[in-house]
Design a protein around this ligand. Sequence first.
Ligand code: GDP
Ligand code: PGA
Ligand code: MN
Length: 610
Amino acid sequence: MTTAAAPVQGTTHAGLQAWVDEVAAMTTPDEVVWVTGSDEEWTRLTDKLVEAGTFVRLNEEKKPNSFYAASDPSDVARVEDRTYICSVDEKDSGPTNNWMDPNEMKDLMRGLYKGCMKGRTMYVIPFVMGHLDAENPMFGVEITDSEYVTVSMRVMARCGTDVLRRIEGLGEAAQYVPALHSVGAPLEPGQQDVKWPCNPEKYIVQFPEERTIWSYGSGYGGNALLGKKCYALRIASVMARDEGWMAEHMLILKLTSPEQQVYYIAAGFPSACGKTNLAMLKPTIPGWKVETLGDDIAWMRFGKDGRLYAVNPEFGFFGVAPGTNEHTNPNAMATINKGNSVFTNVALTDDGDVWWEGLENMPEHATSWKGEDWTPADGEAGVLSSHANSRYCTPIKQCDILAPEYDDPQGVPISAIFFGGRRKTTVPLVTESRDWTHGTFMGATLSSETTAAATGQVGVVRRDPMAMLPFIGYNAGDYFQHWINMGKDADATKLPKIFYVNWFRRDEEGNFVWPGFGENSRVLKWAIERIEGKAAAVETPIGHVPTPESLDTDGLDMDPAELAKALAVDPEEWKAEIPQIEEWFAKFGDNLPTQLQVELDGLKARLGVE
Ligand code: GDP
Ligand code: PGA
Ligand code: MN
């Protein structure tokens, strides 16, 4: 949001002012600055970051008004083992979250926050997730001592004085999520700052009953841009449970058929499993068109007409850089090439541009994300120029294929929900569920190999229910029940159809069997034709999968044997999943909805498992 307003100091909202004063008294910054959202402020902050060495200004011709940053090598991804849901009652955080007593956690963190902003500026960022004109605008206020975070928040969320004025207009009763962030790196007088201040000790904490977020120690991504995963997923999922809606880790896309029929699709894949790419897909099948509404988060509620409507609460894309190129995601490339973006942990080329693995035009020389010389020979030796979780942060409004409905606070009616993960084996290209409850079972048992989006081992298969494992702000058993209830209370004929996809199956040589990216439009088409009752399918123990003829393969350069491999449902592989699903469900004890146990029993019976 760009307003010409001068920086405001303070607010007429007494509760908000009191919180800001309290945080300032605890963290003792040198000054407090209220973020306005103005262009002048962007220039001031980015200049300051350039001066500090955190940002390198990129070549104006290649990436106007854009910046390169390299983080501390220890601060590169979400820290799931340091992320807590501090509900009053431990059982409300459930078996999938870390928990600590909220009072104990607050005592501990107050100790860390004491004086933690010394020598720094404290920024107060009023923001709104979703539309300012929504019936109930979802306000937040992030306090941070990081200019990098402030600049990134301005890209990712609607921020500034316009938002603050709206909060103030609602009076003291205005609801907002207070979100406190510090990099945890106070400066002594005269002490030289580092390029990427952070603290080895990290806490990412949600207090669900109080709708409050406290984050400490990290400056990167979801750990620090608190509107995104912390608010729009963890806190919002709790609000959604209480108020009868859904906060999901899903992209939203608009699909138009050659007959000009319009469908909206939401898809939940774990981090770094293809949401941003699917959201901006360029179909390879003639006459089909995709437009984007969102690439990471969907808030969904039933409309008066009984259909499920989705809005994207975000204002920017925080996309995985490696693998992004003119072939895989031309729309993302066009978006970032317009500038106004921040690139973190990619490589910096000698002509002031950015580069990463998978991008065209490999440079002869670059500076790696670790600040080291990098040449193609290093690449051949397996040295990466960019961190696997390096990201571009870019305004959504720059996306040429942004659907006009993005600006509608009512959102769009969803026809299909896709779940998907990264599995080398077992999971076929696409499976259609029988009904909402079966689809909920597919989501609840979703599995995926871990990725570099979170710290820890990569490539380990884990259950990631609805791609929400790190983001459910309460007991995941209750979350499953919420999903089932949402379907039970709805008109079944108007519910979205649920599908399970896997773009990542491999052959014996380790190659992906399905070409993916733009070719995924073939799967979207099949799903729509299933909804319309037009496409054929084979019934298997896990659900309906395409017959090889029902999937549009016109112009697809793929060996039929490979296609069969992509679509195959191997009962032996699925039998091997059963003990893993049982072990997963056992975690929930009495909190597992009986309907999911019934679904599992049905699957076992169809597979002939005792
Ligand atoms: P997100 O984090 O869920 O939004 O995932 P992205 O869309 O950013 O993709 C993460 C990584 O997976 C990137 O390196 C992509 O290039 C890669 N990817 C995305 N879609 C596909 C696909 O259909 N096939 C294959 N093989 N890779 C994909
Ligand atoms: P994504 O989001 O990988 O799901 O797009 C960023 C993150 O994991 O923090
Ligand atoms: Mn993404």
